[in-house]
Design a protein around this ligand. Structure first.
Ligand code: AMP
Length: 396
């Protein structure tokens, strides 16, 4: 089977052509500068080609992707008919979607209904879906939502302690994000530990970071909220703060709420605390050279991650497995070690040699650790391809 995976942004579109059974990627690439001029970067293995192609809308971007996939020189398939289905990443499924689904007119209408919750991403995701429908009308399209995995949370986890009318009238609640990544890691970890019933906390630590408390494969709580701004501090996002900070800053500096939220999303997090960078490699370099602000940014990050592990161990009434994934989780032994040091009281013990691993699946705790600690590289594209293939096969 060939599944085309599409992640459409407002002016960009990422794609991969993947075999959902093996995870092999035949080709992948990126369309950029859609609506401006248009550039396609296409990769097959180590070979890369960059082409300037006019892309006045997402439709031309999708058409360019299909053209290059069947191109005599750079293509990997002979005909577009060899694409069995398209899996679209969609940011916000609101309360409408608790799983991936085949795109129908009703599904499109429901994704549109979620636009107020994902005003930047959902319209772009819809443009990607509509563009594919236009250029490949016979090929099934599947929507995979970043929020869906978290829809199993109990009300005590997802409801905010604010007046009920905002929940009932406006659907304001915790949704959580990175759901496709958390779902992939939860499933893969179950295979690795050889069990389906266990309590785990997954730490997706990257430029954006979130954590999920998972029991028997189902999400019980997660750190991000109505938007991805909540939870642990991130590359440029503040994570949790007292909401009155917004009022204070807006009043004192004459800022609008939108400007203040922009600051909390784009100019905060470890970038703000370090004053140096949002990239953890730069922070580790800075800290190693004695920069106290870089050290503080790293310490703050690990402290907040460890705090949530503790909170989720209480929420789950125990913890069997702790997993680390995404850029920092997969490649940051120092971050993992610092987080686990806080958890020694729970019987978490890392094997320092095994914890040196980068980007590979590995059990990094000692045999006598009370909690198994794993590095499990995430693969959101594979999860999208598998969900898409499953739904399409079931519908046949
Ligand atoms: P992501 O958003 O998952 O792509 O993760 C991006 C983050 O991962 C950046 O802050 C990178 O600095 C971090 N990262 C990637 N590779 C490494 C590495 N080898 N050591 C430490 N951090 C890394």
């Amino acid at each position: 089977m060939n599944i085309l995976i599409i992640n459409a942004g407002s002016s960009s579109l990422k794609y991969q052509l993947m075999n959902p059974d093996t995870g092999d990627v035949a080709a992948k690439g990126l369309c950029e500068r859609i609506y401006i001029d248009g550039r396609l970067t296409h990769k097959v293995g180590d070979n890369k080609v960059v082409k300037d192609i006019p892309m006045p809308s997402h439709s031309e971007a999708i058409a360019a992707v299909l053209d290059i996939l069947v191109d005599a020189e750079y293509g990997v398939i002979k005909s577009v008919d060899e694409i069995d289905a398209v899996g679209h990443r969609v940011l916000h499924g609101g309360m409408e979607f608790s799983d991936s689904c085949i795109v129908t007119d009703e599904v499109i209408a429901a994704i549109e209904k979620c636009i107020p919750l994902g005003p930047l991403h959902n319209p772009a995701n819809l443009m990607g879906i509509r563009a594919c429908q236009a250029v490949m009308p016979k090929t099934p399209q599947v929507a995979v939502f970043d929020t869906a995995f978290h829809m199993t949370m109990p009300a005590k986890a997802y409801r905010y302690a604010i007046p009920t009318e905002y929940y009932e009238n406006d659907n304001i609640r915790r949704y959580g994000f990175h759901g496709t990544s958390h779902k992939y890691v939860a499933r893969r970890t179950a295979e690795l530990v050889g069990k389906t019933e266990f309590k785990m906390v997954n730490c997706h630590l990257g430029n954006g970071s979130s954590m999920a408390a998972v029991k028997d494969g189902k999400c019980m709580d997660t750190t991000m909220g109505l938007t991805p701004l909540a939870g642990v501090p991130m590359g440029t996002r503040s994570g949790d703060i007292d909401p009155a900070v917004v009022q204070f800053i807006c009043n004192k500096y004459g800022m609008s709420v939108d400007d203040c939220l922009n600051m909390l999303n784009k100019k905060s997090g470890v970038l703000a605390v370090s004053g140096v960078s949002s990239d953890f490699r730069d922070l580790e370099d800075g800290a190693a050279k004695g920069n106290a602000d870089c050290r503080l940014a790293l310490d703050k990050f690990c402290y907040e991650v460890a705090k949530y592990v503790g909170a989720y161990a209480a929420a789950l009434n125990g913890l069997d497995v702790l997993t680390f994934t995404a850029g920092v989780g997969e490649n940051g032994p120092d971050t993992r070690a610092a987080v686990c040091e806080y958890l020694a009281f729970m019987g978490v013990k890392l094997d320092p040699e095994k914890n040196k691993v980068r980007g590979k699946e590995m059990l990094i705790s000692t045999p006598d650790s009370k909690v198994q600690v794993w590095v499990v590289p995430t693969n959101e594209e594979l999860m999208i391809a598998q969900d898409t293939a499953e739904l399409v096969k079931a519908a046949q």
